[in-house]
Design a protein around this ligand. Structure first.
Ligand code: ADP
Ligand code: MG
Length: 263
């Protein structure tokens, strides 16, 4: 890997939140690099600091110790080449579906309104919402809303997509459909994607590498390559086998801590 191939470089990052006299140590000595075009998951239990880490990569949260370098620059503010997707789609109810995706293109300079609409339509087609451009947000299911959010994040053609548990509020069948779409999109565009999730199978089905974090304060337990070919399904035997392996990594650490606290 040459230096220019590295999109995101996280080095010895630690984070403690302070409120009055209360200190919450959230992340402990986190280091990893992500190459251009890699699709990587940060997997860990709730509260272990995944969102905090992603927000730091996004430039939304400060990095008090260590450094995060994205595209060879230190991150200290959000930028347009990094787009985020959250658990809640956060769409505007007063715009229709097309209007919401066009809104994501407002910072793209040199485009006419007609060009913005053409780009937005293209991404709505990619996420399978061709026929819903004129629909309003209250007319959509949860899965459709996340598809709109995905189209809105992709439309400005960001170099990096940061996803914070974007599927965790959806039912299992809807998730499976979205997993297929996201795999298809990654195969088409090979964007650099960092996905935060607490769902072991989701991490395996979607990504090429899973970075497993311990309970808070989050430490890296394992950096796990996923060498299965796409398309992948949560029902694949190979996915189940890897899921067992990764779940054991998470539980081994818990057991070790339980034993330590007994002594
Ligand atoms: P995860 O995304 O893995 O569930 P978070 O990164 O959201 O975890 O939070 C990790 C821990 O940091 C939690 O205990 C949470 O309460 C705490 N935390 C997150 N943000 C703040 C904040 N702004 N101020 C104080 N504590 C916070
Ligand atoms: Mg979170």
């Amino acid at each position: 890997m040459t230096e220019t191939d590295v999109k995101i470089c996280v080095s010895h990052v630690r984070k403690t939140f302070t409120r009055g006299h209360r200190f919450t140590k959230v992340l402990d000595d986190i280091s990893f690099s992500i190459q251009a075009g890699e699709f990587v998951a940060i997997l860990g239990p709730s509260g272990c600091g995944k969102s905090t880490l992603l927000n730091m990569v996004a430039g939304l949260e400060s990095c008090e110790e260590g450094s995060i370098v994205v595209n060879e620059y230190h991150t200290n503010q959000p930028e347009r080449h990094r787009m985020m997707m959250f658990q809640e789609a956060a769409l505007f109810p007063w715009y229709n579906v097309l209007g919401n995706v066009v809104y994501g293109l407002r910072f793209k300079k040199g485009l006419t309104n007609a060009e913005r609409k053409t780009i937005a339509s293209y991404y709505l087609h990619i996420v399978g919402l061709d026929h819903f451009e004129r629909a309003y947000i209250h007319e959509l299911s949860g899965g459709m809303k996340q598809r709109v959010a995905l189209a809105r994040a992709l439309a400005p053609n960001p170099q990096i997509l940061l996803m914070d548990e974007p599927f965790s509020a959806l039912d299992a069948l809807t998730c499976e459909q979205l997993y297929r779409d996201v795999q298809k999109i990654w195969n088409m565009q090979h964007k650099t994607i960092l996905l935060v999730t607490h769902n072991v199978r989701e991490a395996i089905v979607l990504t090429q590498r899973v970075i497993v974090l311990s309970r808070r304060p989050g430490k890296i337990l394992k950096d796990f390559p996923i060498q299965l070919s796409y398309p992948r399904s949560v029902h694949d035997v190979s996915v189940s086998e890897l899921a067992n392996e990764l779940t054991n990594v998470l539980h081994e650490k818990d057991n070790a801590e339980d034993c330590a606290s007994c002594t």
